[in-house]
Design a binder for this molecule. Structure first.
Ligand SMILES: NC(=O)c1ccc[n+]([C@@H]2O[C@H](COP(=O)([O-])OP(=O)(O)OC[C@H]3O[C@@H](n4cnc5c(N)ncnc54)[C@H](O)[C@@H]3O)[C@@H](O)[C@H]2O)c1
Ligand SMILES: Nc1ncnc2c1ncn2[C@@H]1O[C@H](COP(=O)(O)OP(=O)(O)OP(=O)(O)O)[C@@H](O)[C@H]1O
Length: 376
């Protein structure tokens, strides 16, 4: 022992390596941790504010609109005519093209898509997405682009508008400013969700044995549906058993979704650009089941036990409700394709303004301070 300590102590250097299964991307490997002589340190915080700078002016805009709203329809028409007058190509949904042509036959210049396959490659044709509606329209826009997503400019034409920072009244100035750049961007992470059917699960389900994939911007929620039993969900993180959720269900949320359903179930609010996954139980029948926030690289599997008393139901951004039978599982990890949304302010200010203005976060009358005028 003595001989061992008689050497002068020199710390050795070492490496921490990233393991990314089957992923050749090195984008996360550059800026996280540095190691000199065995000391682990993170570099001083770099400015992570993301700015959109165009190499050449955008040429093609896709406008996505909330249906059944005259105000949205009228603004969409006005915006189309203006964008056309400044020589931009315009894509709209097939429904919107039909509606516009019914109003005005000269709108035949509008582009659209005819098949799911064409929709899959739409991101190669358009430079900018514009949404007219509420948060639901932003979710809808994100759901149309399952791979890469062009920058999204969202005009508020709903009621809450947490993800719709631009004012529709000044759409020309806003669009000119974004199309000229530079523009503030928030990178909103999404979740890649896969349903894996147990070989013996019910025949009544939409797709039999095989996989169904969904990409969500807010959350995937698993609940007890019509069943009056507690849900019983087995949760695994990177294939290691974590816990059983016994209650009304479980929300796996993105940071963007942290201000939506997860918030109502007691989850924390997280800045949308944080790469993480929120694990938020819904009405757990337990005194100690608190929500978690997990790091970006994990894969979660939520499985209905083979001996479960009831089925479970899963929904994606509040839509596409599917039944999960005994043995069926949901597997979820961060998607490689986030949604870049333009903001009017720098991304952190935009988030803090949103929670204050949209959700009235910590609105309380200020307590009266000491009366320093009193001479005591
Ligand atoms: N108990 C709840 O809080 C609850 C229940 C069901 C669904 N939802 C949320 O509704 C979303 C679907 O939205 P929708 O507009 O299509 O349905 P919707 O019309 O039912 O609206 C739900 C509300 O949630 C708001 N919202 C949506 N995404 C948000 C976000 N990221 N941050 C803050 N608020 C947000 C919307 O502005 C709207 O006011 C789901 O993804 C889910 O998060 C919440
Ligand atoms: N282009 C679209 N096609 C089909 N459905 C859409 C489209 N855009 C939005 N929706 C759906 O319409 C519903 C309402 O949309 P949205 O949330 O944008 O409006 P809103 O309810 O007026 O806004 P808010 O939620 O802020 O009150 C949502 O459920 C959304 O999924």
């Amino acid at each position: 022992m003595e001989a061992f300590f008689s050497y002068p102590l020199v710390q050795v250097s070492f490496r921490l390596e990233w393991i990314s299964e089957g992923n050749k991307s090195t984008q996360y490997q550059q800026d996280v941790v540095t190691f000199e002589s065995g000391n682990i340190s993170t570099p001083t915080c770099k400015n992570k504010q993301i700015i959109l700078v165009w190499d050449s002016p955008p040429q093609c805009v896709c406008i996505l609109t909330k249906p059944n709203c005259k105000r949205v329809h009228d603004l969409c028409k006005e915006m189309i005519l203006w964008l056309h007058s400044v020589s931009l190509s315009i894509y709209v949904e097939p429904r919107v093209r039909r509606e516009m042509l019914a109003d005005d036959l000269s709108m035949a210049f509008l582009h659209t898509w005819d098949s799911d396959e064409e929709l899959c490659f739409l991101h190669n044709k358009i430079d900018l997405i514009v949404t007219l509606g509420g948060d639901g329209t932003v979710l809808w826009a994100a759901s149309l682009f399952r791979g890469p997503v062009p920058p999204v400019v969202s005009f508020a034409m709903g009621s809450l508008g947490f993800m719709t920072p631009f004012q529709s009244e000044s759409y020309r100035e806003c669009l000119l400013s974004v199309m000229k750049g530079p523009a503030y961007i928030t990178i909103r992470h999404r979740l890649h969700c896969r349903i894996i059917r147990h070989s013996s699960s019910s025949k009544s389900r939409k797709k039999q044995a095989g996989e169904e994939v969904y990409i969500v911007l807010n959350e995937v929620a698993i609940d007890r549906g019509m069943s009056s039993f507690l849900t019983n969900l087995e949760c695994y993180c990177d294939n290691i058993f974590v816990t059983n959720v016994q209650g009304d269900g479980l929300i796996l949320s993105t940071p963007s979704g942290s201000t939506a359903y997860s918030l109502s179930a007691g989850g924390s609010m997280v800045h949308p650009q944080v790469a993480a996954m929120l694990f938020t139980p819904i009405c757990p029948h337990s005194l100690s089941f608190r929500p978690l926030i997990l790091p970006e690289h994990v894969t979660l599997r939520v499985q209905v036990p083979e001996k479960s008393r009831g089925d479970a139901w899963v929904s994606f951004d509040g839509r596409e409700r599917l039944q999960l039978g005994c043995g069926d599982a949901l597997v979820c990890h961060l998607s490689s394709w986030p949604v870049p949304t333009a903001c009017t302010l720098e991304s952190t200010n935009a988030f803090l303004e949103g929670v204050k203005e949209g959700l009235y976060w910590n609105m309380r009358k200020l307590q009266v301070g000491k009366d320093i005028g009193l001479n005591v």
